[in-house]
Design a protein around this ligand. Structure first.
Ligand code: LLP
Length: 409
């Protein structure tokens, strides 16, 4: 069960790193560093593999825009049938711009503003995943004003240990996300106070980069049991996401998660939604950077924490490899950026070829998810360009920012 094979479109050919059929160094020479480089095939393969794994449930797959909202990538995912999981009007705007139909858009988040709710209702999105009684009241009020009945799921906090980084665990006791079962029961008992809201079911997002399929089983069983006990009619279950990718250590393939989840839900006549972000886009990009200086224990490169904040913020591990494969002796070093903070590292205690020189290029792997989307202008650095490779061609899908844009935005 479960293919162990990783989808990989970045590999060496004659000692040079290629993205699909394009030599990465060629792009670096043309457009300069740093930049994000995506493989179209890698993105599509992940989406298709996810869809296939869960096909017995025929779920609606709402790609989570927060992982990466590049308009060109969104259009590709839309063409494969993806819906969208959004958390802001910016994401709603981009999802609609990409042509994703409103009836495939779901809106999550603990702090939706009145303006956001009103606009999303006007745009006829499919569903709000409501996170509190107060939010539900506001949705009901806006729906009444606009005379539109609105679909809502109640986000449950199942209070389950997930063993992921504490910043991205969302289903544990004490987390700000969702509602406990007492609050859910109260809402359902007072359903009549929300006449403009169709409560369809529950939303259950446990966190991100969750490596154990059993965690999903525990959470789903818990919800199904409670639902049965209270005789609640459940027509929709949005299982959120959290599906992991390989950064450093191997993780269970997506098929194992599907095998754990499907038997619990098949045949129940409940519509299922998933909101994958990282799994779809995480492996499909590298961040290409250039070595500026070699200095004692450090390799100083031209990408920093403003371009990729994951190592600094979560202590996240990303493999770092040279664009030119060099065999022979290695040295132990720290790969750091130019930002004025000691937290500005991309990799600590890494082995790189002893013959690495200033001016050489490195690739920081698996940076498609929460890479560009979490980048900033810190230190007044320009946002990076994004390049998309498809077979033997590449195109710029986001230009490098210009200095004028630091003023006029
Ligand atoms: N649905 C909801 C309600 C979410 O909050 C998230 C992620 C997703 C779906 C997508 O989850 P994924 O498939 O990516 O696991 N910046 C962090 C990750 C934050 C995740 C926030 N919510 C990181 O770089 O690891």
């Amino acid at each position: 069960m479960g293919k162990e094979v990783e989808i990989n479109n970045f590999s060496y050919y004659k000692n040079n790193l290629y993205c699909e059929e394009v030599k990465v160094e060629r792009i670096a020479g043309k457009i300069g560093t740093p930049f994000y480089l995506y493989s179209r095939d890698c993105l599509c393969s992940h989406y298709k593999r996810f869809k296939k794994a869960f096909s017995p449930l025929s779920p609606l797959i709402c790609y989570s825009l927060k992982a990466n909202s590049n308009p060109v990538l969104l259009k590709i995912l839309k063409s494969l049938g993806a819906g969208a999981d959004i958390v802001s009007l910016g994401e709603l705007f981009l999802a609609l711009k990409a042509g994703i139909p409103p009836e495939k858009i779901v809106f999550a988040g603990v702090g939706k503003s009145e303006e956001e709710i009103r606009e999303a209702v006007k745009r006829n999105i499919y569903l709000f995943n409501a996170e509190s009684t107060s939010e539900l009241r506001l949705i009901n009020k806006i729906a009444a004003q606009l005379k539109k009945k609105i679909n809502c799921n109640l986000r449950v906090n199942p209070q389950i240990q997930t063993k992921t980084h504490r910043y991205i665990a969302t289903g544990e006791k004490g987390s700000k996300f969702g509602m406990d079962w007492e609050e859910i029961k109260k809402i359902l008992k007072n359903k009549n106070s929300f006449p403009w809201v169709n409560i369809l079911g529950f939303h259950l997002h446990l966190g991100s980069q969750i490596t154990s399929p059993e965690v999903y089983q525990t959470a789903i069983k818990k919800i199904l049991n409670l639902t049965q006990k209270e005789k609640i009619k459940l027509s929709l279950l949005d299982l959120g996401s959290g599906f992991p990718i390989i950064y450093e250590k191997k993780v269970s393939p997506i098929e194992n998660f599907a095998a754990a989840i499907i038997p619990l839900l098949k045949g129940l006549k409940i519509k299922i939604i998933f909101e994958p972000g990282r799994y779809i886009v995480g492996n499909s990009a590298i961040l290409v950077t250039r070595v500026l200086y070699l200095k004692k224990d450090f390799v100083i490169v031209d990408a920093g924490l403003n371009d990729l904040i994951r190592p600094c913020l979560y202590g996240a591990y990303h493999k770092i490899i040279p664009l030119k494969k060099i065999s022979g002796k290695r040295f132990l070093t720290n790969i750091v950026g130019p930002i004025c903070e000691s937290g500005d590292f991309l990799g600590k205690n890494r082995r790189l070829p002893l013959s690495l020189k200033e001016g050489d290029f490195l690739a920081i792997k698996d940076t498609g998810a929460y890479g560009f989307s979490m980048s900033s202008n810190y230190n007044c650095r320009l946002k990076l360009p994004e390049i998309l490779v498809s077979k033997n061609r590449y195109k710029i899908i986001r230009k490098r920012e210009k200095y004028e844009e630091l003023i006029y935005r």
